[in-house]
Design a protein around this ligand. Structure first.
Ligand code: ZN
Length: 391
């Protein structure tokens, strides 16, 4: 993939280089031409008799020169066309446009899967704050989504919009409402909001001195112990109110990144309270797919060339292991120690009474009527007492 991008980039750079040299060359020729015309104009204005044969010759020369320059310019410009079309060819050559070979077309034939897919897309847009698109999709695909499921996302995006407009009030109200949960998770969010509010007041300069002192007194007290060093720094900045914070050692407080950070922080906290992951399932799946595609295309080609198509017959399983990076790992996987197979929906992990875990197929194989001897400890028990484990 990376080399494909590099190959296309190389062609693009060639074109950009050609455009630049054409422009430089053209600019130079055109300004020379303009100079010649201007000097001819000057000559004409001082001549007493404009019918002088000399001016005719000069005019003809000038016309020829102009024609030559323009035709040269258009030839050079035409040459670039072939380089531009080479970029298109490089894209066709280096990127795969047809992913049908690794797709599972029949997967979305069934109504249920289609509905799940639409729901995942709707949820993604609700998270992104694009409830207009989500509503349209709900309407068109006749989805039944509870309004209560939408409200938290709508609220979340309203607060985020306000933060992006440097309005901390809705976020502060949210943090106060959820203070208990935030404290429980050891979150810095509420303090960071007050800190940012204080910094915004700092920007107002000496006029805000009194406001800053009142704000600190009424809002920093509950945080005094935990954020002692940070509060000290904020107080220290007050000394530079008159001479300007931007010229003081505290200028770092004015970093605009504070606002980017607070938006990230809010999204993280809000998603954790909603018990959803920060990235939507759609974007996680899409990213994992992008990582997996090159390997899958390679293996598919190898399978087709060797005529071993039935290797990839199982619907829920890939023929090779693909490392989708740690970012895409959400839960543990279980491999049955008896059958040496990864568990799946049809063969899930089962916890025996003694605490050992084996897959359901292994459990059925080892059971003898209502008796089962654990292959590990080896406690005797009733296989019906084993419990399904969910990861
Ligand atoms: Zn056991």
């Amino acid at each position: 993939m990376a080399s494909a991008i590099e190959n296309v980039e190389k062609e693009t750079e060639k074109v950009l280089h050609k455009f630049k040299s054409l422009k430089d060359h053209g600019d130079k020729n055109l300004s020379e031409l303009i100079q010649q015309i201007e000097s001819y104009q000057r000559d004409l204005s001082i001549l007493t008799s404009p019918d002088c044969p000399l001016t005719d010759i000069q005019c003809q020369l000038l016309l020829d020169n102009t024609r030559n320059t323009i035709s040269q310019f258009s030839t050079e410009h035409r040459d670039i066309h072939s380089s531009v079309s080479r970029i298109g060819k490089a894209i066709d050559k280096n990127f795969i446009s047809d992913y049908v070979c690794v797709g599972n077309e029949s997967l979305f034939d069934q109504g249920k899967n289609n509905e799940i897919l639409n729901k995942v897309i709707v949820e993604h847009f609700l998270r992104q704050g694009r409830s207009d698109i989500a509503e349209k999709l709900i309407q068109e695909s006749k989805l039944d989504i509870d309004t209560n499921d939408k409200i938290p996302y709508i609220k979340m995006n309203k607060i985020l919009d306000a933060l992006r407009n440097r309005n901390l009030q809705p976020a502060l109200e949210w943090a106060q409402t959820h203070r208990d949960q935030l404290v429980k998770s050891n979150s810095d969010f509420e303090f960071k909001l007050h800190r940012l509010q204080f910094i915004e007041l700092l920007r107002g300069g000496i006029e805000n001195q009194w406001k800053l002192i009142t704000y600190s007194r009424s809002h920093f007290t509950p945080f005094a112990q935990r954020y002692q060093a940070e509060i000290k720094a904020l107080m220290g900045s007050l000394m530079y109110l008159r001479s300007g914070i931007e010229k003081s050692p505290y200028q770092y407080l004015l970093d605009p990144n504070n606002w980017v950070e607070i938006c990230h922080m809010f999204t993280k906290e809000a998603c954790s309270l909603l018990e959803v992951s920060v990235d939507s399932p759609l974007s996680v799946t899409f990213n994992a797919g992008c990582i997996a595609l090159p390997a899958l295309i390679n293996i598919k080609q190898a399978i087709q060339q060797r005529n071993v198509n039935d290797v990839w017959s199982s619907r829920d399983e890939l023929p090779i292991e693909i490392d989708v990076t740690r970012k895409c790992h959400y839960h543990s996987i279980f491999a049955c120690p008896i059958l040496r197979q990864q568990s799946c929906d049809s063969n899930p992990p089962m916890r025996l009474q003694c605490g050992h875990v084996i897959s359901r197929d292994a459990l059925n194989k080892l059971s003898n009527g209502s008796k089962l001897k654990c292959p590990y400890c080896p406690a005797e028990q009733n296989p019906a007492d084993a419990r399904l484990i969910y990861f």
